[in-house]
Design a protein around this ligand. Structure first.
Ligand code: NAD
Length: 383
């Protein structure tokens, strides 16, 4: 199967390229290395050193005895994307190539506009290139659980049945995103839903929870195959950031009361879910939504989990609650469904703490590297 990964140099993109069994998939990737640039802009680095794309491709070839094909370019450039789609004729396209950071999008007017332009234009270009060259291809698009916000209702997977003034319909569940970044994903969801209805293309829109870890079961012991792991306030997601803080004895910076609830999944689970979605495609003309997460936890539970694992490893860790830099509800109801993935074979990981343990032990050799960037560990972006 020919699969095109947009954003292949990123945290999830590189993990996916390495997780998919080489005998079943021919892998093609696109990236323009924005993520490397953004993290530099935050005056930080990946805790785990990241090889260049040339080195990554060489190592992939050696480990898999198979080529991986890479196109450097920007997907907001339609000519470029159109050319690649026409040439590769992918059967599946996994679209990761967006700016994934809420804080980055909230920095100022420029960043807000830039993130929305980058994210929304890329998806619109993809819709048109697919319609033109491979109308039967399955688009797998990364959305986020953050699209829904925290309504005082159970959260279904994309749609719900509503009765209003005596009439019933199945309608999109309201999206109440909390940042310009999350809103870019909401706009994508609307655009993709329309494209499926109007052009008959097929799409799975994945509302993904927050991913953690850097063991995707894909690194095969070769350092060039490792994915990145960031810990700065814009690109480091919470558990990854806590673990990096823990290994340098820095107090875990818990925002606000820490009672906010979010959904999470280990990187290895995220990879399993993508493979299940690839192997169980949406029907022609279908816009399908799946909520992709393993567990729901509060921020306080996460800091307790990281601290407990550290204690077992002989590392003493403190938690430092700090004023919440974000406008978000701290006490709220949160009960999302995740049945669609389970119905195609996903069993959420039960070894949540084990994943944290693997991450902490994996990060210990990079202690000095993280320590150098200690100054960037407190949030400065407020909204
Ligand atoms: N990591 C998570 O916890 C998480 C959770 C939910 C959703 N997601 C979504 O999954 C996707 C991937 O996330 P990630 O953590 O791997 O982020 P990432 O930043 O590591 O990966 C995105 C990749 O896309 C590339 N890119 C961005 N814009 C591009 C453009 N215009 N042209 C070409 N390449 C471009 C970047 O250089 C980067 O390598 C994002 O859309 C993100 O919003 C991630």
């Amino acid at each position: 199967m020919r699969i095109l990964i947009l954003g292949m140099d990123g945290y999830l993109g590189w993990s996916l390229a390495n997780s998919l069994p080489g005998e079943k998939f021919s892998i093609y990737g696109i990236d323009n290395f924005y993520r490397r640039k953004w993290v530099k802009e935050m005056q930080s680095v990946s805790a785990v050193p990241v090889a260049s794309m040339e080195e990554r491709i060489k190592a992939y070839k050696k480990a898999n005895r198979k080529e991986i094909n890479f196109f450097k370019g920007n997907i907001t450039n339609y000519e470029f994307l159109n050319h690649v789609v026409k040439k590769v004729r992918p059967e599946v396209i996994v679209h990761f190539a967006q700016c994934p950071s809420a804080p980055y999008s909230m920095m100022n007017q420029k960043k807000c506009v830039w993130v929305q332009q980058n994210n929304i234009t890329g998806t619109l270009n993809l819709i048109h290139a697919v319609k033109e060259h491979v109308p039967g291809a399955h688009i797998i698009k990364l959305g986020t659980m953050g699209e829904y916000g925290t309504p005082n209702l159970d959260i279904p997977e994309g749609f719900f049945e509503v009765e209003y003034r005596g009439r019933k319909d199945r309608l999109p569940f309201p999206r109440q995103a909390n940042s310009w970044y999350h809103l870019s994903k909401v706009h994508d969801s609307n655009n993709l839903q329309f494209a499926c209805r109007n052009y008959g293309i097929r799409c799975t829109d994945i509302m993904q929870g927050i991913v953690f870890g850097f063991h995707s079961n894909a690194d095969k012991g070769t350092k060039e195959l490792n994915t990145r792991l960031d810990f700065d306030e814009a690109f480091g997601t919470i558990i990854n950031r806590f673990c990096c803080q823990a290994v340098i004895d820095y107090p875990l910076t818990s925002y606000g009361k820490g009672t906010q609830l979010r959904s999470f999944l280990p990187l290895s689970d995220s990879m399993k879910c993508f493979q299940l979605v690839i192997e169980n495609a949406a029907a022609s003309g279908e816009y399908r939504v799946v909520n992709q997460f393993a567990n729901v936890h509060s921020i306080n539970e996460l800091s307790r989990k990281v601290s407990a694992v550290c204690r077992q490893l002989g590392i003493a860790v403190k938690t430092k609650p700090i004023e919440n830099p974000r406008k978000e509800k701290e006490h709220h109801y949160y009960h999302p469904d995740n049945n669609n993935l389970k119905s195609i074979g996903y069993k959420p990981a039960t070894e949540f703490d084990e994943e944290i343990r693997k991450m902490i032990t994996g990060l210990l050799p990079f202690r000095k590297r993280i320590l150098k960037y200690k100054a960037i560990l407190n949030p400065t972006i407020h909204w």
